[in-house]
Write a protein that binds this ligand. Sequence first.
Ligand SMILES: NC(=O)C1=CN([C@@H]2O[C@H](COP(=O)(O)OP(=O)(O)OC[C@H]3O[C@@H](n4cnc5c(N)ncnc54)[C@H](OP(=O)(O)O)[C@@H]3O)[C@@H](O)[C@H]2O)C=CC1
Ligand SMILES: CC(=O)[C@](C)(O)C(=O)O
Ligand SMILES: [Mg+2]
Ligand SMILES: [Mg+2]
Length: 403
Amino acid sequence: MASSTASCLRALSRHTRVAQRLLTKKSFQTASYSLLARHQSVTNKRVLATRGLKTLDFAGSKEVVYERSDWPLAKLQNYFKNDTLALIGYGSQGHGQGLNARDNGLNVIIGVRKDGESWRQAIEDGWVPGESLFSIEEAIDRGTIIMNLLSDAAQSSTWSHISPLITKGKTLYFSHGFSVVYKDDTKVIPPKDVDVILVAPKGSGRTVRTLFKEGRGINSSVAVFQDVTGKAMEKAVAIGVAIGSGYMYETTFEKEVFSDLTGERGVLAAAIQGLFCAQYKVLRANGHSPSEAFNETVEEATQSLYPLIGEKGMDYMFNACSTTARRGALDWAPIFEATNRPVFEKLYESVKNGTETRKALEFNGRATYREDLAKELKEIDEQEIWRVGKVVRSLRPDYTPEH
Ligand SMILES: NC(=O)C1=CN([C@@H]2O[C@H](COP(=O)(O)OP(=O)(O)OC[C@H]3O[C@@H](n4cnc5c(N)ncnc54)[C@H](OP(=O)(O)O)[C@@H]3O)[C@@H](O)[C@H]2O)C=CC1
Ligand SMILES: CC(=O)[C@](C)(O)C(=O)O
Ligand SMILES: [Mg+2]
Ligand SMILES: [Mg+2]
């Protein structure tokens, strides 16, 4: 063990030296930096795997993690050689997960309602009607692993129709705990004789795809709701790798949906829009120009400071700011936390008691769900802050016109 660890460390320094030599050539600089990072991360991982460290310490809590490196492509393809992955639904996740699994060499088919928007998009992405693109019913019939990626509302409204098609021997997969956990509202009760598993990418389906194409991976959670074969967790992890996950952490269906609904209604999407608007409006009300208010609120956040948090953490971002900013950030962070914590408590309760679920089911279950959402999203697009944003983005030296 000690000698193999030592040999991995030797390999790390060898890779590092090679990459550093390349760095001296200016034209290779960017490519070489990523080469260096890739060699280092591969070699570091090998050290971990050699030690058999799959239970990691997350700031004092021990958690089991599953990594892509344990599933080389040949092993993955062999594992699924007798399977057909039938992806039902082709929204953001259907697109990302389906294309990644297809690129990984697995047998993937898509099932969506014929002649809808998703049918059109699937054809655009190279799925062929009658070969790899079918009606929902036919795809379920042909599939062994049924990946239910319809909208959460559609999972509920179609359930009575599709559940008899999910017969013994098939596997039922979700990317959200929603349908199964809120069964009193959704009426989704899986058949007793199939494995029921979940892999929930912690990011947009668009990023599931772009990270995969860059050779990177989205972090996902993984869970088992029902294990009939005794192989449910192994299968879930393998599918997680197939769809492009980098690493997976364990959860339950309930924990996944409670945290997911809280996150998207909180910091990930709703809270950030609320905070941006509040600050922008105060600056504007005090006579600041749109340029100043937008740059000081959104542009600097997304283009300069937030990427630093992603790279190396909050203290790194604070440290990259002036001592004046650091003093103010340290003083004001606890005030924002105290003010917002009760809002997050209220939000979590609204998730837990099913209020958020019932709203989503009612709204997105309407025949006009696409137009209704588009209308409200247009109102956001028309807010002064986001109209200003368009002009600011157009002034970036690397600007290319938006869609
Ligand atoms: N968006 C994301 O990035 C993430 C989503 N998830 C989860 O993944 C799952 C899929 O979400 P997402 O990819 O966003 O998809 P959407 O919520 O955007 O749903 C789109 C799909 O649902 C279909 N659909 C909607 N209504 C009906 C209906 N009445 N009958 C048949 N099909 C219908 C659409 O088909 P059509 O075009 O024909 O209307 C389309 O294929 C959900 O469980 C979601 O919570 C998990 C992680 C992140
Ligand atoms: C992208 C994601 O994970 C979300 C925000 O939870 C979702 O789209 O449902
Ligand atoms: Mg999510
Ligand atoms: Mg979500």
